[in-house]
Design a protein around this ligand. Sequence first.
Ligand SMILES: Cc1ncc(COP(=O)(O)O)c(C=O)c1O
Length: 402
Amino acid sequence: MFDPVKIRSEFPIFSHHPELIYLDNAATTQKPEAVIRATSDFYQKENANIHRGIYELAANASQKYEQVRRTVASFIGAERPESIVYTSGTTEGINLVAQSFLAGRLQPGDEVVISAMEHHANLIPWQQVCKMQGAKLRVIPVSEAGEIDLAVFKKMLSERTKMVALVHVSNTLGTINPVEEMIEMAHSRDIPVLLDGAQSVAHYPLDVQALDVDFFVFSGHKIFGPTGTGILYGKPEHLENMEPVTFGGDMINSVSFETTTFAAVPQRFEAGTTNIAGVIGLGAAIDFLMKFDKNDILAHLKNLTETATDALRQIDGLKIIGTAQNKSAIVSFTLGNVHPHDVATFLGSENIAVRAGNHCTQPLMDFYGLPGTTRASFSIYNTAEEALRLAEALKDIQRFFA
Ligand SMILES: Cc1ncc(COP(=O)(O)O)c(C=O)c1O
């Protein structure tokens, strides 16, 4: 039986802040005891650098670190652990693909297609690479509801398109994009697709092979793991043909002053000492998440989102931004003329943590003609009562500013 109150008890932050209503899960999730313990146990009992030492502690650290690669591969349905590259987060993963996979393939006049709802992390790396190569960034428009029109997307694809990079679930609108269809459409023209899974991986059953996606990226800290960790999944044939973009120790086969040969995939993309304790914490986060049936998680979040949406809709002057048919557990809104920062400050004083601003999607805010929104985002430890408390507090704000 899926019990958010019991789940909440596994997160120490809530025993330190019993009154906290944490609705900022799209920014980062809280960490369960199991993740905190795995990271701290590593430093307390197991710390050594990986891949280099031959003594027992180092061999064990390497073994644990590589075991997480297998855990991640099975979590997202990758062909093999070697398809999993450790990164510092979604941002680094996208930059790596833009620089290493795409830059060399782009000619002047070529195009990269993204959507109007991309996080800056899935916009600027492509914008920069287009600028460098004289290529063009094309943007799939979104409707007022925050949806992509598949017919419009299809028309944008041509022989000039060299990459499609798309957010799976929008961090601002909550829209779940029809990625299966979009991948199929892109592939029918041999165009590779990268999915930004930062907001989807914690909640949705995922199988990168069934999706047939070329690259999939996400951050550890949004799925109950440590900050500074992330995953880039790449199809084996892509990763094998990619050159590293960061150079240094641990990513080489042999080095002389004249030349260097690089290690096999994925090591060649993991230069220097990586976030070893973080990776081990990420493994614990995935083990934690895999205890749950994702259908239970989905049902719970759907219930919370509907409860919040229904209650918020009753509030005078409140407008929900992002009303897609297929939506995840993110509710963005404006409240009359009250600035989103004032809304969030007021909610903060009531122990309700939400985010306010442009959510790293400035062009999307421009489209809606807004300086920003207030955003509540839910996770497995939130309850319907918390969603209703949010609505009550918003009513107070509305009365206060009326
Ligand atoms: C959809 C989306 N993409 C990318 C990112 C960037 O993630 P990170 O800062 O962990 O690299 C975020 C973070 O908010 C996000 O929500």
